[in-house]
Design a protein around this ligand. Structure first.
Ligand SMILES: [Zn+2]
Length: 513
């Protein structure tokens, strides 16, 4: 997805000419349709999320591009999601562009960082920090732009997506507090290209159906339409799903991204030295609008297509497991389905992350010692460990029941008070990875199915690894190929945090129509 990010061209900023508001092709001619008109909902809806990273605070003509997009979509009866950079919201106000602000307010307002490309971008500062320090720093740095967007648009943004490929796992606890979903297109984390949850946050990230019509090629619209039709056929066969469509208002009018001109490879020029990117010729701009508008109209033709905003999509992917009163029997069957190595489980009552299932298992195991069989509510705000676990066990470790009961009491308190999976569990003077502790609990549940006391004898904790971490990409160059990063940028510490936070991963299921 890197080619969608922010810097595509290789043109130098030699031409500072701008389109004025008058010169920029503008107003759609058709009358606004009423987007709230209800039509019968088909059995297999295809949700199309149109989102626009609205970020260029340097080239004033990009304001007009955002205005034209907002007006075009409104005329088509469609609401899009505009992810505003804090600084962009600020300059819209400073430039007196209340027309743009008002037009965008018709749509959903998302968030796209405080400053976008002025270094350090999120992955740079988050890689240098521990998990909790990173959470605090993300809140401090990115909270400012969110506040600005709120002040300018009068709403709290519905979603966040990082600048370029500058992703980081420490953002998730903050987004949960801010009641946002994650909306972007990157490759750091993925559960089979489908919507998932991380840290209790709906994560629309590496989606397999991320489609767009190219704005630069003569047949961009036709190729985009064909891609959409193919995705639609596949989704209908799967029972519905989501198509994610991403653009930037600025790319309709420029030859090169605003930030590539100024912040390439870690450059950090003084504001007075910022340069304007070169703009498209009138023919190039007309082609961009043709390809985009034709593509949108093509998608709109299909009766099962529902254009949705980030604010609306959460209801389409509800966390069903949250509303269940979990009984021992259901916990036992989820443990059985999980296998030895902790990972997410899809149950009849909804999906469970390994963290959620461990929490249920710890509570139910303690009660089982007391011959107490009750129901449990899901806790969905747990984080993964902040630090590395001890080395994986090489062979199973045995422990007597009294040490296991002590460990269960400690882990229960850690989950309750810290809201976090511990990296290790102490059995007397030996610390074992939480993965092995979980696998040992699962063994005991398998050996004694049903509402009965645990079997007598020593407990056995086998070697186990966090299988859910396979959903996290290795720290390779392709994750960090955003041209704004300093050359050779890697984030091994950040990606190690991400693998530990995979404790909180699970699929997000489409609501039944
Ligand atoms: Zn961006």
């Amino acid at each position: 997805m890197a080619r969608f990010f922010c810097v595509l061209g290789f043109f130098l900023a030699g031409n500072f000419a701008q389109l004025s508001a008058q010169e920029s092709p503008q107003k759609p001619t058709s009358k606004p349709a009423n987007p709230t008109v209800e039509t019968p909902s088909p059995a297999k809806p295809i949700y199309v999320l149109l989102w626009f990273d609205t970020e260029d605070y340097i080239l004033p003509a990009s304001d007009d591009a955002a205005l034209r997009l907002a007006n075009f979509l409104k005329a088509e009866g469609i609401r899009g999601t505009f992810k505003l950079v804090g600084e962009k919201a600020k300059v819209l106000k400073e430039r007196g562009r209340n027309d743009v602000i008002e037009a965008l307010k018709y749509h959903d307002i998302g968030y796209h960082s405080t400053n976008h490309s002025i270094p350090p971008s999120p992955a740079m500062y988050l890689n240098a920090l521990g998990f909790e320090e990173g959470v605090r720093e993300f809140r401090r740095r990115e909270g400012k732009g969110r506040q600005t967007v709120h002040e300018v648009f009068g709403v709290w943004p519905s979603c966040y997506g990082q600048p370029g490929s500058s992703w980081g796992p420490q953002s998730y606890p903050v987004l949960r507090d801010w009641d946002m979903i994650y909306l972007d297109a990157g490759r750091h984390v993925s559960i089979a290209g489908k919507p998932c949850r991380m840290g209790g946050v709906l994560n629309l990230y590496q989606l397999e159906n991320t489609i767009r019509a190219d704005l630069k090629t003569q047949n961009g619209m036709e190729e985009g339409n064909a891609k959409f039709t193919a995705a639609r056929d596949k989704l209908l066969a799967e029972g519905g799903g989501i198509v994610s469509v991403v653009y930037h208002p600025c790319e309709f009018i420029h030859k090169e991204f605003w930030d590539g001109v100024n912040f390439r490879k870690g450059a950090s020029p003084d504001r007075k030295d910022w340069k304007l990117p070169a703009i498209k010729t009138p023919e190039e701009e007309a082609l961009a609008w043709r390809n985009f508008e034709g593509f949108v109209r093509h998608m709109k033709r299909f009766p099962e297509v529902r254009f949705v905003t980030a604010r609306e999509i959460s209801a389409k992917y509800p966390d069903n497991a949250k509303s269940v009163a979990w009984e021992s029997r259901q916990i036992a069957s989820a443990l059985s389905a999980m296998g030895k190595d902790p990972t997410w489980v899809q149950t009849r009552n909804g999906a469970l992350s390994p963290a959620e299932l461990l929490d249920l298992t710890v509570k139910a195991s303690r009660d089982r010692f007391a011959n107490n069989f009750r129901t449990y509510q899901l806790r969905t705000d747990l984080a993964g460990p902040s630090t590395a676990s001890p080395a994986l066990l090489e062979k199973p470790l045995k422990a007597p029941t009294y040490l296991v009961r002590q460990a269960l009491a400690e882990v229960s308190e850690q989950l309750e008070q810290n809201g976090q999976i511990p990296p290790a569990v102490w059995l007397g003077s030996t610390a074992i990875p939480s993965e092995s502790f979980f696998a040992g609990l699962r063994n005991a549940w398998e050996k004694a199915p049903g509402n009965v006391p645990f079997a007598e004898g020593d407990w056995e904790f086998p070697p186990a690894r966090l299988k859910a971490a396979d959903a996290i990409e290795p720290d390779e160059g392709r994750l960090w190929n955003w041209v704004i990063f300093p050359e050779g940028f890697r984030a091994p510490n950040l990606m190690a945090h991400a693998r530990r936070q995979a404790w909180t991963l699970k699929p997000a299921d489409l609501a039944k129509p």
